[in-house]
Design a protein around this ligand. Structure first.
Ligand code: NAD
Ligand code: 44H
Length: 388
């Protein structure tokens, strides 16, 4: 069985590649970093270490890599694959869509009509559907119908904290012990073979919203407030009782949205929240606030971890002062080496906060929540200006 995985980064090697290899797939990474490509081709393996007391280490075998620049080889790998996965970042999906389309075209014009599943393992709602749209823009129109019958793009939710790596071995990756990979079964083609350790569900939305509105909303709350306080890591931010309490209040707000929307048992959801908060404090990991807060424009977009739950809260009549404050903190994230943070601050400086909330976050000025964000942003900005 052949798997092609786009992106040999932290989650690609530390989670998706690991599970695919363990399930018996021969995994080909499509990568950009020449050194990692060479090492994967030569060694055909790498190690994954768990951030637990025992430092349990697993060797991931049966792997190799192809440079994304080598278009013909990439197309041929996709044409013969049983599964294609990605973990490149949701905004980078547009850059790999053409290669995937070329592979599908090669496959469908040849003899391989076996079902192909393409799964975008990104932190996003409907990431695979988004990838499908991009791929079809590059796929010749005469192949759309046949592609519809044998290429599927099931959406997914992937959860494992994998920080930026600092090993001498460029392939080695340290990951937290916890993981969860959930795939929408209703979008799978008939006869698909389940991947071990992946959970298949009939409706993905509750799972992806639970993960995004708890793990990711919580994570970025700690990152943005932590950044403003001058902390370098999530672990440091979590040791600050004020931030920890803020995080807890944000998760109780998103918890109210989720339990009310999906009629979940509140106690069960609270246990999930507690478990997630413990993950953020793992002392054997060091996860930077810069990584967790990265790409604030993406995180502040309409369908992501901050605005999506906030707008749902408004519809449900749930009060969300702490989530609003997390949004304000995101709007103040001005880390100068993050391209989106620079662009965000430039947009606020040139067009003003109202315009950013309207045109980027998609919240019109007439919506009551618009002014609530402006007020929270003003208060937070003033309190940090006073400290500086
Ligand atoms: N790290 C985590 O804890 C975590 C957990 C769950 C989900 N995710 C999601 O997984 C995705 C990847 O995150 P990450 O933390 O692994 O980031 P990362 O930066 O470590 O990895 C991304 C990789 O994609 C590669 N890439 C980018 N564009 C490419 C292209 N055009 N062709 C080939 N490779 C390309 C980069 O070179 C990099 O190696 C993101 O969507 C992220 O939200 C991350
Ligand atoms: O990858 P991002 O930028 O969407 O979000 C940063 C972190 O919150 C994220 O990578 C988490 O570590 C991960 O989602 C845990 O499953």
């Amino acid at each position: 069985m052949k798997a092609v995985h786009f992106g040999a980064g932290n989650i690609g090697r530390g989670f998706i590649g690991l599970l695919l290899s363990r399930a018996g797939y021969e995994v080909t990474f499509i990568a950009r970093n020449e050194k990692k490509i060479r090492l994967l081709q030569q060694q055909k393996q790498y190690s994954v270490m768990l951030a637990n007391e025992e430092r349990d280490t697993e060797i991931v075998n049966n792997v190799t890599a192809i440079s994304g620049k080598n278009k013909a080889e990439v197309a041929s790998a996709v044409a013969t694959a049983d599964i294609v996965t990605t973990a490149v970042g949701v905004t980078a999906l547009k850059h790999i869509a053409e290669s995937i389309a070329a592979g599908i075209a090669l496959r469908l014009r040849g003899t391989n009509k076996k079902p192909l599943h393409i799964i975008a393992c990104e932190n996003a709602i409907s990431g695979s559907t988004l990838l499908k749209r991009r791929v079809y823009e590059h796929l010749p129109a005469d192949l759309h119908q046949v592609a519809d019958s044998c290429v599927a793009f099931p959406n997914t939710a992937v959860d494992r904290i994998v920080p930026v790596q600092e090993h001498d071995d460029p392939l080695k990756v340290t990951v937290e012990p916890y993981f969860e990979w959930i795939v929408d079964r209703s979008a799978m083609m008939e006869g698909f073979q389940e991947i071990a350790n992946v959970k298949y569900v009939d409706a993905l939305e509750p799972y992806i919203e639970r993960k995004l509105f708890t793990v990711n909303t919580g994570h970025c709350t700690a990152a943005y407030h932590g950044y403003l306080e001058g902390y370098e890591t999530i672990q440091e931010a979590m040791a600050d009782l004020r931030i920890r309490s803020e995080l807890s209040l944000v998760l109780s707000e998103t918890g109210s949205i989720l339990t009310s929307k999906y009629h979940w048992d509140k106690k069960k959801h609270d246990r999930y929240v507690q478990k997630m908060m413990v993950r953020f404090t793992n002392p054997l990991l060091s996860d930077s606030v810069i990584r967790v807060g990265r790409s604030p424009m993406r995180k502040l977009s309409l369908n992501d971890r901050l605005v999506r739950p906030a707008l749902q809260a408004h519809e449900l009549g749930v009060s969300i002062p702490h989530l609003t404050s997390a949004i304000a903190a995101a709007l103040l994230f001005d880390y100068e080496k993050d391209e989106e943070a620079v662009a965000l601050q430039a947009a606020i400086a040139s067009s003003g906060i109202h315009d950013v909330i309207t045109s980027h976050m998609g919240i019109p000025q007439k919506h009551a929540f618009h002014q609530e964000i402006v007020d929270s942003y003003g208060t937070l900005k003033e309190s940090y200006a006073a400290v500086k």
